[in-house]
Design a binder for this molecule. Structure first.
Ligand SMILES: C[S@@+](CC[C@H](N)C(=O)[O-])C[C@H]1O[C@@H](n2cnc3c(N)ncnc32)[C@H](O)[C@@H]1O
Length: 293
């Protein structure tokens, strides 16, 4: 890694701010919502068969916007069946936003929330130490696998928590996205902060195949408008660049040559296209659904 740069995750306030701006500038949640509307009903159609309570685990749930949409599909399939949900999320700001969202959302009366202000690894440790035996009918890990240290071990652990008929949903950037292009070229020169950041859904699918896991993969086309990244001194552009490079204040702290190279590549066809005068980054995602063994 080049000197003088540190991971965006080391500054939680700035991370949350740039993540929110990313959501505003992209169709990230819209494409997930499309998946939830069109595909998820099928995915969850048998997870609760014969059960009096449905157990759901959310890992890296952020402020819960997507989680609540997922619940609505489980509730629609299994009306009136109580849902127990464990939420594992290390960021206090995100957890608080999630709790506020739950407090003001009607229709969640049959859902019992338990909050864990923990990383997935800390949660795994607690489960093992306290020999917790809960098995889950649905587990989701949406856009969070970049932040775990040992991806294969993490996937293996959460698969082991699946109940019979249970499903694990993993959503990550697609192997054909601009992210993949950027990470392949610059991953080694950006701050990893000893986290396994540069992983795509393609890598996870290969890993699962080699383990003989039953999985289905869905492509979720998505865009992100990054025009402001190319306007000097534009604060939104600075924050988006931080999010794209996972670097805290990239514009200020990156060596000039690296900054120049990345700025050029962000405009190139491997990462972006131009539409109506806007520069559109390829933010395509993939959803992988893994069945219990
Ligand atoms: C990109 S956000 C995704 C949030 C949400 N799932 C969504 O799609 O809107 C990543 C989330 O993972 C959380 N996170 C970071 N490191 C984590 C870890 N080691 N274990 C669990 N969650 C983590 C972050 O705090 C953040 O809320």
């Amino acid at each position: 890694m080049e000197t003088g740069m540190r991971s965006l995750l080391s500054d939680n306030g700035r991370y949350v701010e740039s993540f929110r701006l990313f959501l505003k500038n992209s169709t990230e949640h819209e494409c997930m919502q499309q998946f939830i509307e069109t595909r998820l009903p099928d995915v969850v159609s048998s997870i609760g068969d014969g059960k009096t309570v449905i157990n759901v685990l959310g890992v890296g749930s952020g402020s819960g916007e997507i989680d609540l949409k997922i619940f609505s599909k489980i509730q629609a399939r299994y009306p009136g069946v109580p849902i127990n949900t464990d939420i594992v999320e290390p960021s206090p700001e995100q957890l608080l936003s999630y709790m506020e969202r739950v407090a003001k959302t009607p229709g969640l009366e049959n859902i019992n929330f338990t909050w864990y202000k923990k990383t997935s690894a800390e949660f795994e440790l607690q489960v093992k130490k306290e020999k917790l035996e809960t098995k889950y009918d649905f587990i989701h890990m949406i856009q969070m696998m970049y932040y775990v240290k040992d991806v294969p071990a993490t996937v293996k652990f959460f698969r082991s928590l699946l109940a019979p008929n249970g499903k694990l949903l993993i959503i990550l950037v697609s192997g054909n996205s601009g992210w993949s292009t950027l990470w392949k070229k610059y991953g080694s020169r950006l701050p990893l902060n000893d986290l396994c950041l540069y992983i795509t859904a393609g890598d996870i699918a290969d890993m699962l195949s080699s383990e003989g896991a039953k999985q289905e993969c869905y492509e979720l086309p998505s865009d992100m408008v990054i025009t402001e990244c190319f306007i000097d001194g534009n604060r939104n552009g600075d924050l988006l660049l931080d999010f794209l490079t996972e670097t805290c204040d990239f514009n200020k702290n990156a060596p000039p040559e690296l900054r120049e190279e990345i700025i050029q590549d962000l405009k190139s066809p491997g990462c972006s296209s131009v539409k109506d005068g806007k520069i559109i980054f390829n933010n395509n995602l993939s959803a992988i659904v893994v069945e219990s063994d």
